[in-house]
Design a protein around this ligand. Structure first.
Ligand code: ATP
Ligand code: MG
Length: 165
């Protein structure tokens, strides 16, 4: 585990449960307008992490991979929304442009799997999270905060992992 700079955090998860747990801590801090980008190969753990995020956020709905539908929408008891977009099956840039990210962000927080397929459409300020398969149950997670709001969210993750050292 290493803290490389204040806008970045690196962490090694040793199980799907641990990945979900980290997601839960971050999910609890999410609010409308927040964007989390989850980059990583097939099976890296993006959806697993999203399960934790949604649970920590307080979702009434369970997380599934948005395979045929591009965007899933989860609800919370207070009426707020969490959007979960999987860009893997996006065929083209025009198709991507039809996704109204701004409209989603006005209504809720947004989690994006395969964000690199939405190149140029993602607002400059976001939390970028890279997940990498190391071995069976071992994943590297790298968090990059882009913008003040995301430094704040990253601080929260850091505090819960390392007690704020
Ligand atoms: N430390 C870990 N963190 C997350 N997932 C893990 C870990 N160890 C093992 N796994 C397993 O790896 C798989 C990750 O699958 P998941 O659907 O989350 O990946 P994904 O990145 O969303 O893939 P896709 O690009 O296909 O949507 C799950 O079966 C999960 O149980
Ligand atoms: Mg997935």
């Amino acid at each position: 585990m290493a803290i490389l700079d204040e806008h970045m955090l690196e962490f090694f998860s040793r199980s799907p449960e641990q990945t979900r747990r980290i997601g839960m801590r971050l999910g609890g801090a999410l609010r409308a307008g927040d964007i989390l980008c989850l980059q990583g190969d097939l099976g890296a753990g993006k959806t697993t992490f999203t399960q934790g995020l949604a649970q920590g956020w307080g979702s009434l709905d369970s997380v599934s991979s948005p395979t045929f539908i591009l965007v899933n929408q989860y609800r919370r008891a207070d009426g707020s929304l969490l959007f979960h977009l999987d860009a893997y099956r996006l065929e083209s840039v025009p198709e991507a442009e039809e996704l109204d990210l701004d409209a989603m962000l006005e209504e809720g927080a947004l989690i994006i799997e395969w964000p690199e397929r939405l190149d140029g459409l993602i607002p400059n300020e976001h939390l970028w999270i890279e997940l990498e398969h190391i071995s069976d149950e071992h994943r590297q997670m790298k968090f990059h905060a882009r913008g003040e709001r995301y430094d704040e969210l990253l601080d929260g993750v850091r505090q819960s992992l390392f007690g704020g050292q």
